[in-house]
Design a protein around this ligand. Structure first.
Ligand code: NDP
Length: 322
C-alpha cells in the first residue's frame, strides 16, 4: 500500500510518501481502506519530536473508511461497514488495522471527509465542555483560535449549551467564520485582549478560558479569567507555556488550570461511544456544521503540515488517498 512515513524528526520535509507492506489485522482488529485521513496538530508535535516518537513510523491517528476484512474475535463490525476512529495507529495510509472496539460507525449523512477529520476535534470540544471544565448555561467563555478546527466546533457546541462565547482570531476571514459559527464577540490577539474581555463581562472575566494556542496567549488567558474560573490549556499551537509559578493562581483569583488530553476522556470504550454518538449525531442532524477547510492528496501531507503550522488553515484538514 501507499503511505506517509516520518523518516526522522524535523520539519514537514521529513514526511515521505512511498510503498510499505499492507498491515495484517490482529485478533480483535479490522482492516479499513481509508477514504479520508485527518491531519491534526498532534501529528506535527510528534513529527518534530516535541512529543515522544521513534522514527521511522507512519503518522496519523484519525481517519474514516470502509472495512475490507476482519481479524479473528471481532464482533459487531463487518466487511463493508463505514467506520471512523480517533486513536488508531498509522493512519496516513491506504490501509489501517484498527481495533474493532475503537471503530465508530459513521452515521448516514455524514460525509467521509467530515468523519475522517472532525472526530478528534469534535470529541475534544465535547470533553472540554463536559469533562475537563464544566461551564453552566449563561456563563461566558473565551475560545482562542476561534476559526480553527477545534475552535469552530467548540463555539457551536458551546452555543448549544447556552454559553456566551468570546473568540480570538488573527484576521478578517477568520473573524467572519467565527461569527458564522455563533461567536458573540470576536477579538484579536494582543496585550489589550484581557481588558477587552473584562469590558465585555462587566469587569468579571470569563468562567472558562479555552486555550489551545499556548505560549502566545496563556498570560492573556490568565488575565481574562474570572475569580474561581478555569483555564483549560489544551494545546500549544504557538509553543508550550513556559514553567509557571502556581502561586500566581491565588493572586489572580483562586483560579484552576487544567492541562487535559483527549486520550484520558475516551480511554473507556463506553465513554468513547457516548461522546462520539453525541457528536456525530449532532453532525448528522445538521446541528453542527463541520467546515473541512482543506483537502490534500495523501502524497501532499508535507504541504498540509506546513499550512497547518503556518496558521493559514481554517476548520479541519484532510488527506485523500489515491
Ligand atoms: P487549529 O485549526 O486551531 O490551528 C491552530 C490555530 O491556532 C491557527 O490556525 C491559528 O489561528 C492559531 N495560532 C495562534 N498562534 C499560532 C502560532 N504561533 N502557530 C500556529 N497557530 C497559531 O488547530 P486544531 O483545531 O487542530 O487544534 C487546536 C489546538 O488544540 C492545538 O493546539 C492542538 O494541539 C490542540 N488539541 C488538543 C487536544 C487535546 O485533547 N489536548 C486534542 C485536539 C487538539 P489564528 O490564525 O486565528 O490565530
Amino acid at each position: 500500500m501507499r503511505a506517509i512515513q516520518v523518516t526522522r524528526h524535523g520539519g514537514p520535509e521529513v514526511l515521505e510518501y512511498g510503498t510499505v507492506d499492507d498491515p495484517i489485522p490482529a485478533p480483535g482488529e479490522v482492516l479499513v481502506r481509508t477514504a479520508a485521513i485527518g491531519v491534526n496538530f498532534i501529528d506535527t508535535y510528534l513529527r518534530r519530536g516535541l512529543y515522544p516518537s521513534v522514527p521511522p513510523y507512519i503518522p496519523g491517528s484519525e481517519a474514516s473508511g470502509q472495512v475490507v476484512s476482519v481479524g479473528a474475535e471481532v464482533d459487531g463490525v463487518a466487511v463493508g461497514d463505514k467506520v471512523c476512529w480517533v486513536d488508531g495507529p498509522a493512519s496516513y495510509a491506504e490501509l489501517v488495522a484498527v481495533p474493532a472496539s475503537r471503530a465508530v460507525p459513521v452515521p448516514d449523512g455524514v460525509p467521509d471527509d467530515v468523519a475522517g477529520s472532525a472526530m478528534l476535534r469534535g470529541l475534544t470540544a465535547h470533553y472540554l465542555l463536559d469533562g475537563s471544565a464544566h461551564p453552566k448555561s449563561g456563563d461566558t467563555v473565551l475560545i482562542h483560535a476561534g476559526a480553527g478546527g477545534v475552535g469552530l466546533i467548540l463555539t457551536q457546541l458551546a452555543k448549544r449549551r447556552g454559553l456566551r462565547v468570546i473568540t480570538t482570531v488573527s484576521g478578517d476571514e477568520k473573524a467572519a467564520l467565527s461569527t458564522a459559527a455563533g461567536a458573540d464577540h470576536v477579538l484579536r490577539y494582543g496585550d489589550a485582549l484581557a481588558e477587552e474581555v473584562r469590558s465585555l463581562t462587566d469587569g468579571r472575566g470569563v468562567a472558562v478560558a479555552y486555550d489551545g494556542v499556548g505560549a502566545d496567549t496563556f498570560e492573556q488567558s490568565l488575565a481574562s479569567t474570572a475569580v474561581r474560573g478555569t483555564i483549560a490549556l489544551f494545546g500549544a499551537a504557538s509553543g508550550p507555556v513556559p514553567p509557571f509559578d502556581l502561586q500566581r493562581l491565588n493572586a489572580a483569583g483562586s483560579l484552576s488550570v487544567t492541562r487535559p488530553t483527549l486520550a484520558h476522556f475516551i480511554a473507556d470504550t463506553d465513554e468513547l461511544r457516548w461522546r462520539a454518538g453525541e457528536f456525530l449525531g449532532a453532525v448528522a442532524e445538521g446541528d453542527i456544521d463541520v467546515r473541512v477547510g482543506q483537502h490534500y492528496r495523501l502524497a501532499d501531507a508535507a504541504e498540509a503540515h506546513s499550512d497547518l503550522e503556518s496558521r493559514s488553515t481554517t476548520g479541519t484538514t484532510v488527506l485523500i488517498p489515491g
